[in-house]
Write a protein that binds this ligand. Structure first.
Ligand code: FAD
Length: 341
């Protein structure tokens, strides 16, 4: 289902004409024993084939030239290549999509939402009212909650306890270097790490650490979170996957925040109690546009949405909030690969 959403998303991103490039993706393994990274790479290539995606195993001696300038190829024993994968420049892509929406009559406004209520009979236009911090009230037939890592706060304004748990995530950029060429996004599933070229800079991130939950009260508006000292070792460990000459002292350190859920799936669907309110939360860029298309079809044409993404799928039988938080945090390190090997 996520593959379907991703496929629909990249089709739309391709059509936006800016901010998205199909540079491909590479998955690398560095251990060859039977219970190994190599077998996992092979499994992932086969799974991609079964889903109808292009994927092939590459000879580790024949990695694309764009990555051999920074990847330590001598330690690579298996490589999977996914040529249809792509990377976005989120600001450029979002601006292009927003421009397209404006051309079709969309109007954008901004302001912090501090209240949401529903008034009037079901189906009445302008039934859902959204109140902003600067004293405005916006009314609509349909409102979508899409607050990213602030989702639980937004949901709480509607009386909904959304089991979405933000976690901190380290990503670093090198200073500008010569000799880098844009190429495939590189992942090392065994090591829960990934790297890519951003113009003249190299970037590397890692999930290989104890999950760090971030409370709603600790999220800032706009500015990012401060870097954590214990992330230095996490990034240093990931850099050992790079050629010695490509390792770097970060010029920029990002403590990014992800939205995790107890089953690593997004929330997409109607609000369980309020007619006219919909939820689109914990969506990655990878799935976002496909999810938006499905949501629009559900709102306008009553088309079905995947039941696995239902907003109320974690009822009381799923355990306490603490149980759900623990389940979500356990999945953080597995975002690129679980340790099934
Ligand atoms: C370091 C890092 C690397 C990542 N890499 C990838 C990747 O490789 N691939 C991928 O697919 N995804 C990646 N992601 C995840 C991706 O960035 C997010 O999943 C995505 O941006 C979430 O989009 P969103 O629209 O749900 O939330 P956001 O982009 O956070 O948008 C939510 C918006 O809601 C607004 N908002 C919240 N509360 C209120 C309120 N009360 N009133 C008004 N506005 C409000 C916020 O200001 C914000 O503009 C990465 C994230 C990080 C941090």
């Amino acid at each position: 289902m996520l593959t379907d959403l991703a496929r629909a998303s990249v089709a739309l991103y391709d059509g936006a004409g800016a901010g998205f490039q199909r540079l491909g993706g590479l998955e690398l393994a560095s251990t060859a024993s039977t219970a190994s990274g190599a077998r996992e790479v092979q499994r992932r290539v086969e799974a991609a084939h079964e889903a109808g995606l292009q994927a092939q195993l590459l000879d580790p001696d024949a990695l694309p030239a764009e990555v051999t300038g920074f990847v330590d190829a001598s330690s690579v024993v298996a490589a999977g290549h996914f040529p249809e994968d792509g990377v976005t420049s989120p600001k450029v892509l979002t601006a292009a999509l927003a421009e397209r929406a404006r051309a079709r009559g969309a109007h954008f406004t901004s302001g912090k939402v501090v209240g949401i209520d529903v008034a009037g009979p079901a189906g009445a236009s302008e039934r859902v009212r959204v109140h902003t911090r600067d004293g405005r009230t916006l009314s609509a037939l349909t409102v979508v909650l899409a607050g990213g890592v602030w989702g639980p706060h937004l949901a709480a304004l509607t009386g909904l306890d959304l089991p979405l748990f933000p976690v901190a995530h380290p990503y670093t950029y090198s200073a500008p270097k010569t000799g880098l060429t844009s190429g495939p996004f590189v992942r090392w599933p065994e090591h829960h790490a990934y790297a890519r070229v951003h113009g003249e800079r190299l970037g590397i991130g890692s999930y290989d650490h104890v999950p760090v939950p971030v409370e709603q009260a600790d999220l800032t508006e706009g500015a990012g979170l401060a870097w954590r000292g214990d992330f230095d070792g996490v990034v240093d460990a990931a850099q050992r996957l790079l050629l010695p000459g490509a390792r770097f002292t970060p010029q920029e350190r990002v403590n990014g925040v992800f939205a995790m859920t107890p089953d690593n799936l997004p929330f997409l669907g109607p609000h369980p109690q309020l007619e006219g309110v919909w939820v689109a939360q914990a969506l990655w860029v990878t799935h976002a546009a496909g999810a938006a298309e499905r949501l629009v079809a559900a709102v306008l044409e009553d088309a079905p949405l995947p039941a696995d993404l239902a907003v109320d799928r974690f009822g009381s039988a799923s355990g306490s909030v603490e149980d759900l938080r623990r389940a979500a945090l356990r999945l953080y390190r597995d975002i690129y690969a679980n340790d099934r090997t």
